[in-house]
Design a protein around this ligand. Structure first.
Ligand code: PMP
Length: 394
């Protein structure tokens, strides 16, 4: 990523990589950092820390409409996904997931099935990134005697924002005796979620995607499900044995405060962000000839635009507008030279994938950000196209 030029205000359009800390989360985290207790200690300072953690657990539970006892705090969604997949796969059976999952699911699934024949089924998606449910039914029928251990399908894609309608996935999976896990990292705190209605067994999230601190997240484990005990970290038995290690009290408190703020503001924010995205998208289509929006026929998160500028490399676009923070493909995979597996799974060519920029808007994005961002993108693409045209001249 190019360096930020001095004296230029950054236009931050990369909420899917990380959202700025919400002021409520900053205040709460800061205050908790000053508290020295270990939440496992019985003395006053320890009880104080434990009380703060309890509040955060209840704040997150309120956002998800689940009970506080169903939440295990982790270091983020990567750990939550690892925990969920490893524990569920230990039941025995087949792991079913999709071609567009984040590497924190897809690579874990590959690692734990480790080439075992027929142990892993990766479902395809259509040109809009929507999971092929007919293939899920087929996969569940074919698991035979082994049965399906787990179906893991993300709620919202990090690169395109494309949403999955999980109800039919849950119905089919449960009918086949499989558990359902969802990586809801990009969804939580951005659109309403009700775990009383959405009958997933396991759900992962990360605080920094909805305005909490980085390095803290959670796994929801539905009460009453039968999972072989399979912690990744063994030690002091914290989080009911699911996740040993001294709790990250300040991080958890920040997560709770962000969850509370998101619960109260999410609906208004989603409407406002959807309108901003609509403006940006309409402007892009009108002013950058030939650009295409990925997943445009699917339901998407309010703030995400994945746009392909055919023939114009995404890294050149980003370098030509250093004042704009956006992402080529997935920021989590940045540094990796391979093209986006999500866009390839949607049928895009390698060149198209390499010419795709992701803009992601969030709770603090303003109309002015969109206006300035738009001007920067239009200029960047025009400049690159004119240089390319000059270079191509005989
Ligand atoms: N899943 C998805 C869909 C994500 O977008 C991310 C972060 N980019 C993760 C999992 C991993 O989250 P973390 O890095 O916070 O563990």
């Amino acid at each position: 990523m190019a360096e930020q030029p001095e004296g230029v205000d950054m236009i931050y359009l990369d909420y899917n990589a990380t959202a700025p800390l919400r002021p409520e989360a900053l205040d709460a985290t800061f205050a908790a950092l000053g508290s020295v207790g270990n939440a496992s200690s019985m003395h006053h300072a320890g009880r104080d820390a434990a009380t703060r953690v309890d509040l955060a657990r209840r704040q997150l539970a309120a956002l998800l409409n689940c009970s506080a006892g169903e939440i295990i705090f982790t270091s983020g969604a990567t750990e939550a996904n690892n925990l969920a997949l490893r524990a569920a796969y230990a039941r025995g059976g087949v792991l079913v997931t999709t071609a567009v999952e984040h590497p924190a699911v897809l690579e874990v699934a590959r690692a734990i099935t480790d080439g075992t024949p027929d142990a892993l089924v990766i479902l395809p998606v259509d040109g809009d990134g929507v999971v092929d449910l007919a293939k899920l039914d087929e996969a569940l029928e074919k698991t035979g005697e082994r049965g399906a251990a787990l179906v893991s399908v993300m709620l919202a894609n990090n690169e395109t924002g494309v949403l999955t309608d999980l109800q039919p996935v849950i119905r089919a999976a449960h009918a086949a005796g499989a558990m359902v896990h969802t990586d809801a990292t990009q969804y939580v705190g951005r659109l309403p979620l009700d775990l009383d209605e959405l009958d997933v067994d396991l759900l992962s999230l990360s605080a920094h995607k909805f305005g909490g601190p980085q390095g803290v997240g959670a796994l929801f484990v539905r009460r009453g499900i039968s999972l072989p005990y399979h912690p990744l970290l063994i030690g002091g038995g914290q989080e009911r044995g699911w996740r040993a290690g001294t709790l990250n009290v300040a991080g958890i408190v920040g997560l709770g405060a962000a969850a509370e703020a998101a619960r109260l503001k999410m609906q208004d924010e989603a409407a406002r962000i959807t309108a901003l995205r609509g403006e940006l998208e309409a402007d892009l289509l009108a002013r950058v000839p030939g650009c295409r929006i990925n997943g445009s026929n699917a339901s998407r998160l309010p703030g995400v635009i994945s746009v392909t500028f055919p023939g114009v490399p995404a890294d050149a676009v980003l370098a030509a507008m250093p004042e704009v923070a956006a992402s080529d493909g997935s920021a989590c995979a940045s540094g990796a030279p391979s093209p986006s597996h999500v866009l390839l799974a949607m049928g895009r060519s390698r060149e198209e994938a390499d010419s795709t920029v992701r803009f992601s808007l969030g709770y603090a994005t303003t109309y002015r950000d969109i206006e300035r961002g738009m001007e920067a993108v239009v200029d960047a693409v025009a400049k690159i196209r004119s240089v390319m045209a000059t270079d191509a001249e005989p």
